[in-house]
Ligand binder design. Structure first.
Ligand code: SF4
Length: 566
């Protein structure tokens, strides 16, 4: 276990150690009728249970005038390993969003559901009813392994099914074992045979920081696998899954003004046969558990541990602790990082429809009733729904008869599809940001559609409407929408002001770089228009926008995360 001097560890480490396996005083905090908030320590501990305390920042001024405390509420993240849910689960989750949250369903960039605006008095009921659907929120946040992502559609081929199964196995193996979750939220109802009060993998202080895992199947990098602490790239020969290339040390976040922090694309470190995937995942988690920085949370992700110790030491540790010897990495080729929209037919003969969900928000708004449409589809659907890593939804395993019915439902609710949506919008991602995220400096999910509307006008004029270009917007540089892998990225600096980053690889294999700072909307459009004009007229055949701006010298390529600021 980590031998870091106890005097040097951060207050958060002490809190975890003294929390009695994540219990703290959460129960008492929930029962306190005086405030909508939890005690400060419990606000940190409930993250491990899949929920964050937030406040509606839109209402802060008004509440202050009325001498009221902020309107506290809770984000709840529902873990869905591999993103696969049943129609029954979909209907139940949709109903819970109406009953306890803000009536909107957010699909996250990690294949999870997210509720916003759940009040404290409803928090326990909501989590309990989520568990009734056989989904849960345990470890959806906090210093543990998060939802394990896998390539979007397990029904596309037997290899895709096998990979999704591997994602589930890893998720189960790395789930926290504490009984606190069941005790606090479920009154221990779901516990069979009692819970062991120990954490065989994590120990009492869990991970130094959050830990993210994803799997991708080339040629699609639809999970942005290289943005994860730990990643697996499937190696397939003649339609048979042979094994995985292991990737380590990816991560998106940095802190403005702190050049010791930086986003990083993971290193591809070696190959192993598929049977070892759970063992390898555990070995990497154990490495980070024992070597991660526990005194400075801004240096605590695996990417900094890898920078500090180097890959040779890392590989030697895998061998020492788990007897794992990696072979040389196998060749692989990514072609894109987004989803493939519309209908496709799987190896099993069933149809699969990938629906574009802007900003991951299923809403009924402006005459387009995406939330209602999917609810109606769930009522007649006998296949599954799959949440993608790009905030979209696959309606999977559809029979030819139901295909027509689904098409009719989408049309009735005016859900936009195909060529009516620009390729830029189809490759857009936005984090939640305002009004609930306490860390956001600026809008993201509520604002990106407006910015894209305006860039779309430029793209139409230039004949680029159907040219795939990725754009990502976040309210701060914490990286929830993986902004530093967007060919165009807008990261909030202040209300209405964004840093513009350019030059990422379209395949999710190269970071972008800061181009201009503190731009307002007019400045963003005025900056992008000449670049897009040049691209429209002077790009090479099949040259991507991110590659073009580097070739033309607008921005330098970032060869590695530790050179992001140079
Ligand atoms: Fe909040 Fe920043 Fe994450 Fe966006 S990227 S959700 S603003 S922490």
């Amino acid at each position: 276990m980590n031998t870091q001097d106890k005097n040097q560890v951060s207050a958060f480490e002490v809190l975890k150690e003294n929390s009695n396996y994540l219990r703290g005083t959460i129960k008492e905090s929930l029962e306190n009728p005086i405030t909508g908030s939890l005690a400060p320590d419990d606000q940190l501990l409930i993250k491990f249970h899949g929920t964050y305390q937030q406040q509606n920042r839109d209402l802060d001024e008004e509440r202050l005038k009325q001498k009221l405390e902020p309107l506290y509420s809770y984000l709840i993240r529902i873990r869905v390993p591999g993103g696969v849910t049943t129609p029954q689960q979909w209907l139940a989750i949709d109903a819970l969003a109406d009953k306890y949250a803000d009536k909107e369903l957010k699909l996250t960039t990690r294949q999870a559901f997210q509720f916003h605006a759940v009040l404290k008095r409803n928090l326990k009921k909501t989590i309990r009813e989520i568990n009734d659907t056989l989904l849960d929120t345990l470890a959806a946040c906090g210093d543990v392994n998060r939802n394990v992502m896998s390539s979007a559609n397990p029904f596309e081929s037997p290899v895709h099914a096998e990979v999704t199964d591997d994602a589930r196995k890893i998720s189960a193996h790395l789930s926290p074992q504490t009984g606190a979750y069941h005790e606090i939220w479920l009154d221990k109802e779901l516990v069979a045979g009692g819970e062991a009060e120990s954490e065989p993998i994590y120990g009492k202080v869990y991970m130094p920081r959050k830990f993210k895992i994803a799997i991708a199947i080339p040629p699609r990098n639809d999970t942005d696998v290289l943005s994860n602490d730990l990643g697996f790239i499937a190696i397939v020969e003649k339609d048979i899954l042979k094994g995985y290339n292991l990737t380590v040390g990816g991560g998106m976040a940095y802190t403005f003004g702190n050049t010791n922090t930086f986003p990083r694309v993971a290193d591809v470190v070696g190959y192993f046969p598929k049977e070892k995937i759970v063992e390898v995942a555990e070995a990497v988690v154990v490495f980070q558990r024992d070597h991660g920085n526990r005194s400075d949370r801004k240096q605590a992700r695996l990417k900094y541990t890898i920078e500090k110790y180097g890959l040779d030491y890392f590989k030697a540790e895998l061998k020492r602790t788990h007897g794992i010897e990696l072979e040389a990495s196998k060749p692989y080729q990514f072609e894109s990082q987004g989803d493939v929209y519309g209908w496709t037919q799987g190896a099993d003969g069933y149809w699969h429809y990938t629906l574009f969900v802007e900003g991951g928000k299923l809403t009924d708004f402006n005459g387009i009733s995406t939330k209602t449409a999917v609810k109606e589809i769930a009522r007649i659907h006998d296949g599954t729904f799959i949440l993608t890593g790009n905030q979209n939804l696959v309606i999977a395993q559809v029979s030819t008869t139901n295909k027509k019915k689904i098409e009719a439902i989408l049309k009735k609710h005016q859900v936009k599809e195909g060529k009516s949506i620009s390729q830029l919008r189809q490759h857009s991602i936005a984090c939640a940001a305002l009004p609930y995220c306490g860390l956001s400096f600026a809008e993201a999910e509520r604002y990106l559609p407006t910015v894209v509307d305006k860039i779309d006008v430029i793209l139409q004029q230039l004949g680029l409407f159907n040219e795939p270009i990725s754009i990502r917007m976040t309210g701060c540089p914490n990286g929830c929408g993986r902004p530093f892998l967007g060919e165009i990225a807008l990261v909030g600096r202040a209300p209405g002001r964004y840093n513009l980053y350019l030059g990422a690889g379209f395949k999710g294999d190269r970071l972008n770089k800061l181009y201009k700072e503190m731009l307002n909307e007019d400045e963003i459009l005025a900056t992008l228009e000449p670049l897009l004009t040049d691209y429209a007229h002077n790009r090479n055949e099949q040259e991507r926008f991110g590659d073009f701006v580097i070739r033309k010298g607008y921005i330098e390529a970032v060869p590695a995360g530790n050179q992001f600021h140079s």
